[in-house]
Design a protein around this ligand. Structure first.
Ligand SMILES: NC(=O)c1ccc[n+]([C@@H]2O[C@H](COP(=O)([O-])OP(=O)(O)OC[C@H]3O[C@@H](n4cnc5c(N)ncnc54)[C@H](OP(=O)(O)O)[C@@H]3O)[C@@H](O)[C@H]2O)c1
Length: 328
């Protein structure tokens, strides 16, 4: 549900491994897949193709369908609308796994469609649309989801699809671990650069680190210990990011193992004039800080910069971004 980069890559991988998959999406994506099929590649040499004739594509949830698992892969702002559409079409108890960023999607879906079985998930890697129907995984990691019998039965299929998934009794620390990494999304989007090129500049990394420090302070106040999702422990990330370029390049070689063309999906959203997920990321930090008697002014300011973008669509050089945030 939400046949885009994540939905296409994960759904396509499962279909290539033998699962029957129905993709529900918008014409922009589905028309490209109808014309070109799906091509899935990754940084480890995967190159798999699903021809158009093999794909079940539709603009609405097919009537009478009773899937054993739904993957929800719309952007956070579209969760409620997608949940309402699922609720009208699917039998009660259908498991819906959110593969979205941020923390509140499964809860938001449950509020709209309480009869469905909402499960939180986390996608650690970057998936980019390199061409029509061509989806590319540009970084590494393992899918994560909250433990549930409905998912346990699927684990061998995810394994066969080269989409290994780990289940957790409590996914919140993993989601926060991922959110800490996603705090680079607004920085990347405002930089106008591919991820790797942006992370090679200390000025942008200092902004990313400052956003993380605010989030870590709020998490500590809330008694939440974020899980390690990247190569370094969450509490070490800001120090690592603040290193001079020459040292960062050596120490963070694994973090920089990103395809040169990979960009955050927030950068694509800004480029296409779409609503971004900045509120589900920086806004979540601000809300956590406030709920614990703190403030998170840098996250608040960068959210405002992203939201003001349609009025001023010019990439910000690192010194300019730092100055707009009041950082030295
Ligand atoms: N891409 C990544 O690298 C990545 C990695 C990890 C996590 N994530 C997270 O995964 C989620 C999906 O990201 P994405 O990059 O895959 O987004 P995406 O490429 O924009 O895909 C989402 C698709 O769902 C469509 N859609 C929206 N509402 C729908 C509805 N009611 N019914 C059917 N289709 C609908 C969207 O169409 P419109 O554009 O017309 O709305 C869009 O084509 C986000 O939360 C993102 O943060 C992304």
């Amino acid at each position: 549900m939400g046949a885009g980069s994540v939905g296409g890559y994960v759904g396509g991988g499962l279909q290539a491994a033998g699962a029957e998959v129905h993709f529900v999406g918008r014409p922009r994506m589905l028309d490209a897949w109808r014309a070109h099929g799906l091509r899935l590649t990754d940084q480890d040499g995967r190159d798999e193709r699903l021809p158009p004739v093999a794909l079940h594509l539709s603009a609405t949830v097919p009537a009478g369908i009773a899937p054993s698992l739904v993957l929800l892969a719309v952007k956070c702002g579209a969760t409620r609308e997608a949940a309402a559409a699922l609720a009208t079409a699917l039998p009660a108890g259908t498991p819906v796994l959110s593969l979205q960023n941020g923390l509140g999607n499964a809860e938001a879906g449950r509020a709209v469609a309480p009869a469905l079985r909402w499960l939180a998930g986390m996608v650690p890697y970057n998936i980019a649309e390199l061409g029509p129907g061509h989806l590319h995984r540009g970084t590494g990691g393992k899918l994560a989801a909250q433990d549930d019998p409905a998912l346990r039965a699927w684990l061998p299929v995810f394994d066969a699809a080269r989409l290994p998934m780990r289940l957790y009794a409590d996914l919140k620390p993993v989601q926060w671990g991922k959110l800490l990494l996603n705090l680079n999304n607004p920085v990347n989007a405002l930089s106008g650069l591919p991820l790797r090129a942006e992370l090679m500049q200390r000025g942008y990394r200092q902004v990313f680190a400052a956003l993380q420090r605010e989030a870590l302070t709020a998490l500590a106040a809330a008694g939440i210990e974020p899980a390690q999702v990247a190569a370094a422990a969450p509490r070490k990330l800001p120090t690592l990011l603040s290193l001079p370029d020459w040292l960062f390049r050596r120490v963070a070689a694994r973090m920089l193992r990103i395809d040169p063309e990979a960009r955050s999906s927030m950068a694509d959203d800004l480029a296409l004039g779409r609503t971004t997920e900045v509120d589900a990321l920086c806004g979540e930090v601000v809300r956590l800080a406030q709920a614990n008697g703190l403030a998170a002014p840098l996250n608040q300011r960068i959210q405002a910069l992203v939201e003001a973008w349609p009025g001023q669509p010019a990439p910000l050089a690192a010194p300019e971004l730092k100055s707009r945030l009041g950082l030295r």
